[in-house]
Ligand binder design. Structure first.
Ligand SMILES: [Zn+2]
Length: 429
């Protein structure tokens, strides 16, 4: 059992969905149902704070039922839904209500919601916060969808000043629009990955992180940097929390063949040397969380050149296995996995009942076989669409069963008929 005190043999006592006690291995209570995990490892359920569910409005890309089944099958027991790519985006109390209505009754894991900070809703963030969103997402560069415009630096500071007043959290897609515009003018073969990579250079991330950290220091607003892909962006973090994603820790740009747009995401997958520096950032704690940035679309939108195709990778079901595969070969252990993918994401967003196998927490548990290895068969994915850069890739680990608040929500025989997930609100989660 992977606990905050280390990996040990243990017996976890569960009542009313909560962990009563983490007891000695043979301290089994009489008269209770006993689940013997055998030789499997028990991990805390993963907390994936970066998921684009897209429902309502783009439910053809992904929806609450399919996304949360994929989550459960991947050992993820809590997701936080991003405010964009659904229509409407989650930028008003009415839009949040539409999200909740779409999700109600169909979620297999617990689901919370981010709000969005747009030029049009500045001044309204306080009210949206009061409705229970976990924080606010902003872009400095174009988001990819027209209905979610970016903030300029002045608007960023305005948002931060408003959010700081209620001690909220701003999460930022940090790529500098000026650096991106400068890089976009360079000619190249649009089918070649190197052309796409050159259009979103390291400097775009580094510059934007500097600007966000400066604004954070000036306003006192807590900030979290989303999906760091460039190791150059780690230097200026200066105490801001940051996440990276399984694809940045798994793939390398020099291995991506021309036309393989399933690898397209923003910021982009960079070279192998950069990948190793991201692992080093995790080792040092400069990057503290690993979350999926699950961002699917329909297969037709992934067609075409790198400039045309949708930028997003669907990996909610595969993150645990992908990160474990990379982690174990670099000398990391299961306790590192639990820290990056459960404990830290839960702590960053204030989910006090999630993130650890410890007394008083929700009994969100994953039975995991770390020694198992298998190729990824897209047919096994529960994402709405099986498009994935992981197809055929050998990944370690197998999720044998997943428990949410003590209820089994996934095993080899599938999912329960009644979805057991709840909708979470900040402060009441
Ligand atoms: Zn995202």
């Amino acid at each position: 059992m992977v606990t905050p005190e280390g990996v040990r043999e243990a017996c976890v006592h569960v009542a009313d969905g909560r962990i009563e006690r983490v007891a000695a291995f043979d301290d089994v209570l009489a008269g209770r149902e006993l689940v013997d995990a055998g030789d499997l490892v028990v991990l805390p359920g993963l907390v994936d704070t970066h998921v684009h569910v897209n429902e309502p409005g783009r439910t053809g890309w992904e929806g609450f039922a399919s996304a949360t089944r994929a989550a459960a099958a991947g050992g993820v027991t809590t997701i936080l839904d991003m405010p964009l790519n659904s229509i409407p985006p989650t930028t008003t109390p009415e839009a949040l209500r539409a999200k909740r209505e779409a999700a109600e009754g169909s979620v297999h894991v617990d689901v919370g919601f981010w709000g969005g900070a747009l030029p049009s809703n500045l001044g309204g963030l306080t009210e949206l916060h009061a409705h229970g969103v976990f924080g606010f997402k902003a872009f400095l560069c174009p988001s990819g969808v027209d209905e979610f415009p970016s903030l300029d630096l002045e608007q960023l500071r305005e948002a931060m000043a408003e959010i700081a007043a209620f001690d909220g959290l701003l999460i930022v897609h940090a790529e500098s629009p000026e650096v991106l515009e400068g890089a976009a003018s360079q000619p190249g073969d649009l089918r070649a990955y190197r052309t796409y990579l050159a259009s979103r250079p390291d400097a775009a991330e580094e510059r934007a992180v500097q600007q966000v950290v400066e604004a954070s220091n000036a306003t006192g607003c807590r900030v979290h940097i989303l999906h760091v892909s460039s190791a150059d962006a780690v230097g200026p973090l200066d105490g801001a929390t940051a996440e990276t994603c399984p694809h940045y820790l798994t793939f390398a740009s020099e291995e991506i063949e021309d036309g393989r747009t399933e690898f397209k995401c923003a910021p982009p997958i960079r070279d192998a040397a950069n990948r190793e520096l991201l692992w080093d950032g995790l080792r040092r704690g400069a990057i503290s969380a690993v979350v999926s940035d699950h961002s699917p679309c329909t297969p037709d939108l992934k067609a075409g050149s790198f400039s045309e195709a949708w930028g997003g990778i669907a990996s909610l079901q595969l993150g645990l296995r992908a990160v474990w595969t990379g982690a174990r070969t670099r000398g990391f252990g299961l306790e590192d996995l639990a820290r990056w993918m459960s404990e830290r994401p839960a702590a960053i967003v204030g989910l006090e009942r999630k993130g650890a196998i410890a007394e008083g927490r929700d009994a969100d548990l994953v039975l995991f076989d770390p020694g198992h290895t298998a190729g990824v068969d897209p047919a096994e994915l529960h994402h709405r669409h099986p498009v994935t850069p992981y197809a055929g890739r050998r990944l370690d680990g197998r999720i044998a069963a997943t428990y949410l608040r003590g209820m089994r929500i996934y095993a080899d025989d599938g999912f329960p008929d009644e979805p057991a997930g709840r909708l979470l609100e900040r402060g009441r989660a």
